[in-house]
Design a protein around this ligand. Structure first.
Ligand code: PHE
Length: 465
């Protein structure tokens, strides 16, 4: 009964665009380019690609297969597969509940910058202190967060076909066009600095693409692999309950392996294009020092300064850039809310509207606390991995570095050892598809992926640095 009533995507395109929409997010835009430039350019890209078709492929395939097989939400799917493993479902639902509120806060920052550039005041306001004075303000970040959350809730309320699928089909092609326009523009830039040194966009592209073997040692290589692995894990929206949810809406006739390949190509191509868009322009106007900024710094401080330097085109390019980031962020936040909503619907029999409102209200409360973390509740906290941060960073740390690797490790052990890979191979080949990477999948699932996840976890909790 439940299965017949369950929502589903219309077909494989809808599924692929929605899943790619989830995967392509802030991680692709602000984290990937920075890691690639820092970790030896082409070397990072190469390592990342290899990991994507092995490690990423295995985890993504497993989560989608769990969803499609059980037709259940993350909260209920694990217990459905094996009663004693119910608690992994709880982790899988807790992760999106932790991420949603702070993702909305950052989404709010993006809306703010989008509006600022759209109204033309962006160029004047991009002084160095602008970002910190904005996020420490009492009302603006809060209002923007509510706006972002409202957009997310509205799309989810519209449902899987009419909300998520339609929105992704509209937004994803637009995102690709925008990112291509800005990337090409970024390659045409050139600038002569105070010392008369000319820097061009194409030189910047080299920083991103050409491997730097000059001081490569074992520890450099190990660090590159670790960075690529962590980035890939987050970038593919793994261990957030999302891919189980979307998998549960996937039709049995859709080719699973082929869809996974397409999602990966989409995600990696956008991450690479984000690199082409950001690295050359930051390099041209700020040189190597400009590239040291990471995370929010890079997007909300360095890039706006780059747009300022672009002169009369800067306002327009900045506006398009933040529109693009906003699209990427909304399709991700929609997926994370949907993971929670589907859990509440499956577990407690709530209606879609009620579930979306309940979770929306909760995200609003926690999001408010996150906003207050920059003013009234401000404190500096040192995290076990050596980084310091505020409430937002603590929530990000607990979800990304602790809960996600644990959840994913449990998933591998359940699928590879308790239930056995054969069950998943059957699910993947159910529509008659030949599973090309079957042997690779089994070896990765049983042995290599859990070990890699264990290493990510050990490193994240600071046992090794
Ligand atoms: N894959 C997303 C990214 O790269 C991560 C994410 C998805 C975060 C959904 C939150 C919600 O940014």
């Amino acid at each position: 009964m439940m299965e017949n009533n369950r929502n589903s995507f219309t077909g494989s395109i809808g599924f692929i665009l929605a899943a790619a929409g989830s995967a392509v997010g802030l991680g692709n835009i602000w984290r990937f380019p920075y890691l690639a430039a820092r970790d030896g350019g082409g070397l990072f890209l190469f390592v990342y690609l290899i990991l994507a078709v092995t490690f990423g492929f295995t985890l993504l395939t497993t989560e989608i297969a769990i969803g499609r097989k059980t037709k259940q939400s993350p909260l209920t799917a694990y217990g459905y597969l094996k009663k004693e493993w119910k608690c992994v479902g709880v982790i899988s639902c807790l992760v999106p509940m932790m991420i949603l509120p702070y993702y909305c806060v950052i989404g709010g920052w993006v809306i703010k910058y989008f509006i600022v550039f759209l109204t033309g005041s962006g160029i004047q306001s991009t002084s160095e202190g602008y970002f910190s004075s904005f996020i420490t303000g009492e009302s603006d970040p809060f209002i923007m967060m509510i706006l972002f959350l409202l957009i997310t809730v509205m799309i989810v309320v519209l449902g899987v076909k009419n909300g998520i699928e339609k929105f992704s089909e509209l937004i994803m092609p637009l995102l690709v066009v925008l990112i291509m326009i800005i990337s090409v523009y970024s390659l045409t830039l050139s600038y002569k600095d105070e010392n008369g040194v000319l820097r061009t966009g194409l030189q910047g592209l080299k920083v991103l693409c050409v491997p730097d073997f000059s001081n490569i040692t074992f520890s450099v290589l190990a660090k590159t692999v670790m960075d690529a692995m962590g980035q890939l894990f987050y970038s593919l929206s793994i261990a957030m309950g999302i891919m189980i949810t979307y998998g549960s809406y996937m039709k049995d006739t859709t080719a699973l392996e082929k869809s996974v390949t397409k999602i990966e190509i989409f995600d990696t191509a956008i991450a690479f294009l984000a690199g082409v868009m950001i690295i050359p322009s930051v390099y041209v106007f700020m040189g190597y020092e400009g590239m040291e900024a990471s995370g929010p710094e890079l997007m909300f401080v360095s890039l706006p300064m780059v747009f300022k330097q672009m002169g009369r085109w800067g306002g327009l390019v900045g506006g398009l850039f933040f529109a693009m980031v906003l699209f990427a962020a909304v399709t991700s936040s929609v997926s994370i809310l949907e993971a929670i909503v589907s859990s509440l619907m499956d577990r407690y029999g709530m209606s879609r509207n009620k579930a979306a409102i309940v979770e929306g209200a909760m995200a609003l409360i926690i999001g408010t606390v996150v906003c207050l973390g920059y003013n009234r509740l401000y404190f500096e906290f040192e995290l076990p991995n050596g980084a310091s941060g505020q409430i937002l960073d603590i929530m990000d740390y607990i979800s990304n570095n602790i809960l996600m690797p644990i959840g994913s490790m449990c998933t591998c052990i359940l699928a590879g050892w308790v239930l056995k890979p054969g069950m998943f191979v059957d699910e993947i080949t159910k529509n008659g598809e030949v599973f090309k990477r079957k042997n690779l999948y089994i070896v990765m699932l049983k042995f290599i992926a859990p070990i890699m996840l264990m290493i990510i976890f050990i490193k994240a909790v600071g046992i090794i640095r």
